[in-house]
Design a protein around this ligand. Structure first.
Ligand code: DC
Length: 211
C-alpha cells in the first residue's frame, strides 16, 4: 500500500476533487498545497508589508475538512477568486516563498498516509513519494469544467475569459525558474479529458494497491 501520494498537474485538471475522494476512500489526509500559495496571495493583497516580511510570520493551517486558516482566521472561500488565483501564481515564483511552503508541506507529510496535490510535489516537495500522478486534461475541457463549477455557484462567468486565465497560469507555472510545473520522470500520467471523476479515482486506487 502506498503511504505517500503526490498529485501534480495544471490548473483545473481535477487534482483537488480527485485527491479528496482518494483520501476519503483510504482514510488519508488530503493536503492542498495550492491553497497555501493562495493564502500567501490573499495576505499580500491585504497588506502593505513586503512579501519577505509576510512570509516570515505567516501562519497557514489546513484542517481535515479542507478548510484553510490564515493567521488563525478561516479564508476557505476568500482564496478562491480569479484575482487570488492569478496572484497565487505570481507569488509562487519567488524562491523564499517556495522554501517556506515546501518546509511546511514536508512537515505535514511526515506522518504518512497523505495525498498531496500541487505543481511540484513529485519533483521537489516529496521526491520519494510512493506514488506520483501527473493529472492533466485538454485546456478546453479544463476551462469547461471550471466554467460549470463557477456557474453552479451562481457566478456570472465567461468561458473564453476562463480559458485565457487558465492558459496564462499554466504558462507562468510551467515556465518559472524555480520548481516549475512538470511531470516527474517516475510519475504516472493520467489524461482525464475523456474520463469521469470516479474513473480517475479508481485508476489511482488501483495504482495504490499495486506493488
Ligand atoms: O492548485 P491551485 O490552482 O489552487 O494553485 C494556485 C497557484 O499556486 C498555482 O497557479 C501555482 C501555485 N502553486 C505552486 O506553485 N506550487 C504548488 N505546489 C501549488 C500551487
Amino acid at each position: 500500500m502506498k503511504k505517500i501520494i503526490a498529485v501534480d498537474g495544471p490548473a483545473g485538471a481535477g487534482k483537488s476533487t480527485v485527491s479528496k475522494l482518494v483520501a476519503q476512500k483510504l482514510g488519508y489526509t488530503y493536503i492542498d498545497t495550492g491553497a497555501m500559495y493562495r493564502a500567501v496571495a490573499l495576505k499580500s493583497s491585504h497588506s502593505n508589508e513586503d512579501l519577505t516580511d509576510i512570509i516570515n510570520d505567516i501562519q497557514i493551517e489546513l484542517d481535515d475538512k479542507a478548510r484553510v486558516f490564515l493567521d488563525g482566521v478561516e479564508v476557505t472561500k476568500e482564496i478562491r477568486t480569479p484575482e487570488i488565483s492569478k496572484l497565487a501564481s505570481d507569488v509562487s515564483k519567488f524562491g523564499f516563498v517556495r522554501k517556506k511552503l515546501t518546509e511546511l508541506q514536508r512537515k505535514m507529510a511526515e506522518r504518512g498516509a497523505v495525498i498531496m496535490d500541487g505543481r511540484d510535489i513529485g519533483t521537489q516537495v516529496l521526491p520519494n513519494a510512493d506514488l506520483k500522478i501527473f493529472l492533466t486534461a485538454s485546456i478546453d475541457e479544463r476551462a469547461r469544467r471550471r466554467f460549470e463549477e463557477l456557474q453552479a455557484k451562481g457566478q456570472s462567468v465567461n468561458l473564453d475569459a476562463i480559458k485565457n486565465e487558465i492558459a496564462l497560469r499554466d504558462k507562468q507555472d510551467s515556465e518559472r525558474e524555480i520548481a516549475p510545473l512538470k511531470q516527474a520522470e517516475d510519475a504516472v500520467l493520467i489524461d482525464s479529458t475523456n474520463l469521469q471523476i470516479n474513473e480517475v479515482v479508481e485508476k489511482i486506487l488501483t495504482l495504490c494497491y499495486t506493488d
